[in-house]
Design a binder for this molecule. Structure first.
Ligand SMILES: [Zn+2]
Length: 112
């Protein structure tokens, strides 16, 4: 089924954190991933929405969402989130809409 309007998430940035896994105590086994949510209209990315993220341990496979992360993982996740930049193409729907609007205004001026 094709949705005309909805949202998707894509992984934006990933990093292995230097601390220990709080579950199995393995070192350098936890990676945090920042996801960027975006709204799409007619299958085109329209505007970015919020960022979300998870941490995952490659040894014990524990997956945590932001609210469940222990302090050491959460602080690294928040740093990564702060440096993860929103890709410009996520605004393409909004930019196209704006250009179309400007074009309509311009056309209206010519005819009247
Ligand atoms: Zn683990």
């Amino acid at each position: 089924m094709l949705y005309l309007i909805g949202h998707k998430s894509i992984p934006l940035k990933q990093e292995t954190i230097s601390g220990k896994c709080n579950c199995c105590e393995s070192i350098n086994s936890v990676t945090v991933t920042v996801y960027q949510k975006y709204v799409f209209v007619f299958g085109l990315p329209f505007l970015p929405a919020g960022k979300t993220g998870i941490s995952e341990c490659s040894v014990c496979k524990q997956v945590l969402e932001e609210k469940g992360m222990p302090e050491n993982i959460k602080s690294e996740y928040q740093q990564l989130k702060a440096t993860a930049r929103i890709p410009i193409w996520m605004f393409s729907g909004a930019i196209a809409f704006l250009l179309l609007y400007v074009y309509w205004q311009y056309q209206a001026k010519i005819h009247y």
